[in-house]
Design a protein around this ligand. Sequence first.
Ligand code: SAM
Length: 308
Amino acid sequence: MEPSTISRSSTLVRAAIAVDGTQAELAVAAWELAGVYNSSVEYLLEETTEEPWPGHDNRTERAEVAAYLPAQQWHQLEPAARDAAADLLGSEPLFSVKRLPDRDWRTAWHDHFDIVRVPGPTTIVIRPPHKPHKADADELVIDLVPGLAFGTGQHQSTRLCLRLLSEQIRGGERVLDVGTGSGILAVAAAKLGAAAVTATDIDPLAVDAARQTARRNGLAGRIDVREASIPDGERYDLVIANLTADLLQLLAADLVAALGSGGRLIVSGLIEPRLGEVRESLEGVGLELLAVEPEDDWRGMLFSKSRL
Ligand SMILES: C[S@@+](CC[C@H](N)C(=O)[O-])C[C@H]1O[C@@H](n2cnc3c(N)ncnc32)[C@H](O)[C@@H]1O
């Protein structure tokens, strides 16, 4: 088994920003501004004391956006996290911080990671090392060590990209995966038949994780992992970007510039209420929407760039 980045001795904390369900993405963005790119959104349905109108559900959706960190790291970034949350959420944000019980964190993730199966034209199976799984002939298996970076297949936004990728890749494409995290989408693209895959991330830990995932899947030579955002002056047949609604809007012009004539763009990482604004930004830079893919409240979109 590959060494974990979290040692047995470090104390871990769960630091969470409590928000309204609709503000979860802003809290994710606050964590990112503080340098944490793998926060997790944990939704809670709250009962109210009022009786609902017959046939209606008046529970409210709350969310906690949690980061699981070594205590020392939390102390270092707490001021930045609180400032970013106050800026983005517009009020005094509520943080809850608790120490996680001591245990062997090197294997704690085993509790949470089972095999993930993503149906599509090709069924994609994500297999963590502690779960033996003999693949069927029609399955595409990705071997992945969870916990190194975002992108384990547990999150809807990743699964939406995997589904769209399995529909879009015919073989031979040049693919760019922006914000590769664990490298899961880059590996899927290569295994589905892409000719060349470039995977970028601005987080050096994600870059290491993606290289490790590529190696683990025997694809080190076919996936070019770079610590970068969107490479200048390069053109791809297919670009995938599982980021956030804010980042997608910010990067819209660069994403379209990375597409060759007739190229396709898959975006994900947004919830339904943010769909319209992201769609408008991408249509505003000349892309045409081809499909919206839903899973729970999350949405993925497929766009194309017109042929010149
Ligand atoms: C939601 S994760 C997606 C991981 C993986 N691609 C997946 O689909 O599961 C977003 C990743 O984008 C990276 N990121 C954030 N801003 C970025 C930027 N401007 N350019 C490249 N990567 C970025 C983060 O470090 C993080 O690893």
